[in-house]
Design a protein around this ligand. Structure first.
Ligand code: NCD
Length: 311
């Protein structure tokens, strides 16, 4: 199979098919072995990545930079674009044109939905969407699906639960779109009424012949789940902070809650968590958020950078 990622931007999970994802996952396996055996190599020597982050980030930002460096590439880490010419009023369009002159690839996180697409229109190098507001987080979906696949041989048969702020959480939007490509049919969405999954995503699941169960209480459904993907309530997307305060801890996963879950269920979370999973749950062997799910983020980004930057 040929490398469909080469020279292209990666902006939404919609642009790739299951075959492309599986092809990338083969490279992810290789990257994992490479890091475990030698830490990295020089495959991307002479290439430079600029990470332009207009929103906070720990994991996505640093895993991209680590990924590029482990493959021998250079980095321009712009964390806090408020210190760049953006503070002087520069537009996204001019910023991406500028950085395109210096680097081989741009990784952008911006609070506006569609900003990565917008950036890609003006960039003369490939752009990776590292989160566009409440829109998508397509590299997180890759690490999430890779993690799920390493636990279950046939993911199409799984019941996948998503808990928390499903309206504003971009990770669950991208994850849903991606697992539909793998034939997942059973979705259980747990959220307060005002934070329900957007209609567009619900329609997509229904069109693919999937079923959605939407509830407000996780205790009613946790025993049915094979995967529980928890998310934080996205404070930065609220205009009414009193409402955020009321909803922020609508669900707290504790060891008691975990007692109702299947023995082989896995608990995922893109992180950061802000109280919705008790620290005691970290010791549960079903909890993968602080270990493999996070580590896979670096391997997935190494594979993606390699495929985009080298044929
Ligand atoms: C997520 C994000 O930025 O969308 N974090 C991440 O990239 N791992 C989730 C979040 O911020 O809640």
């Amino acid at each position: 199979m040929n490398n469909k990622f080469f020279g292209k931007s990666y902006l939404t999970v919609d642009q790739i098919e299951k075959e492309d994802i599986l092809y990338l996952f083969e490279k992810v396996d290789e990257m994992k072995k490479l890091v475990e055996s030698k830490g990295g190599n020089d495959e991307l020597k002479g290439k430079v990545l600029a990470a332009l982050f207009y929103e906070p980030s720990s994991r996505t930002f640093s895993s991209f930079l680590s990924a590029m460096q482990r493959l021998g590439g250079g980095i321009i880490p712009m964390h806090g674009m408020s210190y760049s010419s953006v503070a002087k009023g520069e537009s996204l369009r001019d910023t991406v044109k500028t950085f395109s002159c210096f680097v081989d690839i741009l990784v952008i996180r911006n609070p506006e939905v569609g900003s990565a697409q917008e950036a890609a229109k003006y960039a003369t190098v490939p752009v990776i969407n590292a989160g566009d507001g409440t829109g998508e987080h397509p590299t997180q979906a890759l690490q999430d699906v890779y993690t799920i696949k390493s636990h279950f041989s046939d993911i199409a048969t799984l019941t996948v639960g998503m808990v928390g702020d499903l309206k504003n959480g971009r990770t669950v939007h991208s994850l849903t779109k991606m697992i539909l490509k793998f034939g997942v049919k059973k979705f259980v969405w747990v959220s307060p009424k005002i934070l329900m999954m957007p209609q567009e995503i619900r329609e997509r699941v229904e069109k693919s012949g999937g079923e959605t169960v939407e509830v407000e209480n996780h205790n009613d459904v946790i025993g049915d789940l094979d995967v529980m993907y928890d998310t934080r309530v996205q404070k930065e997307r609220f205009t009414d902070l009193a409402e955020y305060e009321r909803l922020k801890l609508a669900y707290i996963i504790t060891p008691d809650v975990m007692k109702k879950a299947k023995k082989n269920m896995i608990v995922m979370h893109p992180l950061p968590r802000v109280g919705e999973i008790a620290y005691e749950v970290d010791r549960d062997p079903r909890a993968v958020y602080l270990t493999e799910q996070m580590e896979n983020g670096m391997y997935v980004r190494m594979a993606l950078l390699k495929l985009i930057l080298s044929q």
